[in-house]
Design a protein around this ligand. Structure first.
Ligand code: NAD
Length: 458
């Protein structure tokens, strides 16, 4: 296959090349993975846990080179280490939870004493994982680890936009020979992704709705389950009586983390009209303190866009909003500085649902703020969307905010905060509502059960 060129988000240069994994290679790797998976599963859970913990140690030894490659892939200066920490956390968390989740008590269902049923859990042999560029490492493993613990082999295809970290990551896997062919890393774009789907027994996809739909259709053709984690347009609601400084801090933090390139970033804000002006003033005051980050440890808060096209997408949304009467109060200008594409935190007012910035995924550091006059109107506005990933509510107390949260058609709602998802990476459970995904909870110990089938032995 033709060599793929990769752009460096800090310099704009295409300074990395790799050869995508061909469909024939993927078919061969899938066969080898299925062969190896039999021993992986039959060797038992304790053995799997011991091997995965060995890999966690190996990841630690390779952490510096993996983080360095991730930072070049993404242009980020500090989040790469957080990704590594999260993956180690998943390994330990799922290994700890698995014995209880996978323990199937002997069950006798029949009234006839001579007939005894026993249910066993049988993993899908090979689980394919396809991930996006915004958190290249975490989103390659958040689903792969529970699948591995369950006894499946995994074939992972990270995004072609951020492929550099795969080489040092492979070295961390090579250090644990028992994982050879149990974790298979492949690289490439849509074509390689299609081959992964075609050769898997179950597929987990994180990415856009557009690609998710294609994968769901391919999975339906092949009768394999597809677990989809798709886009979001998360709202934050600020009710009268909220702590406005706290709400502004929390909303800004969510909107600019990873330069807004987060599925659960707050991308639209609804504020009670009685506190709108005061809230916007507070947002502007705080946004003015945020700085670009040019190097690790420089105290900066956000970097350039990871994906080149993202700048143009966000700029088009802002132009559309202004053309329809919105006002940009800070930021708002996508600029190319030495090949890096920047947008400073952008506060927009006078927006409505006729504007793309309020209805389409933005994936940039943009905070559009809209007034509401009644709680009923706010509830209508937050749910007036095809997305249902998550959101946040700020209120005078947790009870009032919690009451509003029950009106929201979303799989997770943070109360007086926006950090729900980051805080619950392992511990909680949630489902993406509406077009933000399907296939049960990716979080929490029970996501291990996504990767097994039940078999009755009679
Ligand atoms: P994308 O859909 O363009 O690509 C995602 C992956 O799919 C890439 O690895 C790509 O190579 C692969 N792919 C593309 N076409 C394919 C095909 N036909 N068959 C198989 N694989 C194919 O998404 P992206 O631009 O990389 O990522 C951004 C999107 O991801 C945003 O919409 C964001 O909201 C979403 N996202 C969702 C979550 C979540 O947990 N819900 C988390 C992070 C990102």
């Amino acid at each position: 296959m033709a060599v793929m060129e990769v752009r460096n988000p800090r310099s704009g240069e295409r300074d990395y090349r790799f050869e995508p994994t061909s469909a024939a290679d993927i078919a061969a790797k899938a066969r080898a993975a299925r062969d190896a998976q039999r021993a992986w599963f039959s060797g038992g859970l304790e053995r799997r846990i011991a091997i995965l913990k060995k890999w966690a140690e190996s990841l630690g030894r390779h952490a510096a080179e993996i983080a360095a490659a991730l930072s070049v892939d993404t242009g980020r200066t500090r989040i790469s280490h957080e990704e590594l920490g999260a993956v180690e956390h998943f390994i330990h968390g799922y290994c700890e939870a698995a014995p209880q989740v996978l323990a199937q008590p002997f069950r006798k269902f029949s009234h006839n004493d001579e007939i005894i049923f026993k249910t066993t859990l049988v993993p899908y042999p090979l689980v394919g994982v396809i991930s996006p560029w915004n958190f290249p490492l975490v989103l390659s493993f958040i689903d792969a680890i529970p699948a591995l613990v369950a006894g499946a082999a995994v074939m992972i295809k990270p995004s072609e936009v951020t492929p550099r970290f795969v080489e040092p990551l492979q070295r961390s896997i090579d250090d644990v020979p028992e994982l050879a062919r149990i974790i298979t890393l492949v690289r490439g774009g849509a074509e390689t992704g299609q081959a992964v789907v075609a050769n898997s027994d179950a597929i987990v996809f994180t990415g856009s709705i557009k690609t998710g739909r294609k994968i769901a259709l391919a999975a339906a053709e092949a009768f394999i389950p597809a677990f989809l984690e798709l886009g979001g347009k998360d709202p934050a609601v600020v009710l009268a009586g909220s702590d406005l400084a706290r709400a502004a801090t929390s909303i800004l933090r969510s909107a600019i983390y990873n330069t807004g390139q987060v599925c659960y970033a707050i991308e639209r804000v609804y504020v009670d009209a009685s506190v709108h002006d005061e809230f916007v003033a507070e947002l502007l005051r705080q946004a003015a303190t945020l700085r670009r980050s040019h190097a690790a440890g420089d105290g900066g808060h956000y970097g350039p866009f990871i994906f080149e096209a993202q700048g143009a997408i966000v700029q088009a949304q802002l132009q559309d909003a202004v053309a329809r009467g919105a006002r940009i109060l800070s930021g708002g200008k996508v600029e190319n500085v030495g090949g890096a594409i920047w947008l400073d935190p952008t506060i927009v007012t006078g927006v409505d649902h006729g504007m793309a910035v309020m209805t389409e995924e933005t994936f940039g550091p943009v905070v559009p703020v809209m007034k509401f006059d009644s709680v009923e109107e706010a509830a209508h506005l937050v749910n007036d969307t095809v997305f249902g990933l998550s959101g946040a509510v700020f209120g005078p107390d947790t009870h009032t905010a919690g009451d509003f949260a029950t009106l929201m058609e979303a799989g997770g709602v943070s109360i007086n905060d926006t950090e729900l998802q980051r805080g619950m990476m392992f511990d909680g459970e949630k489902t993406a509502f509406k077009m933000s995904g399907m296939g049960g909870s990716r979080y929490g110990a029970t996501s291990i059960l996504r990767y097994v089938r039940k078999r009755a032995l009679i």
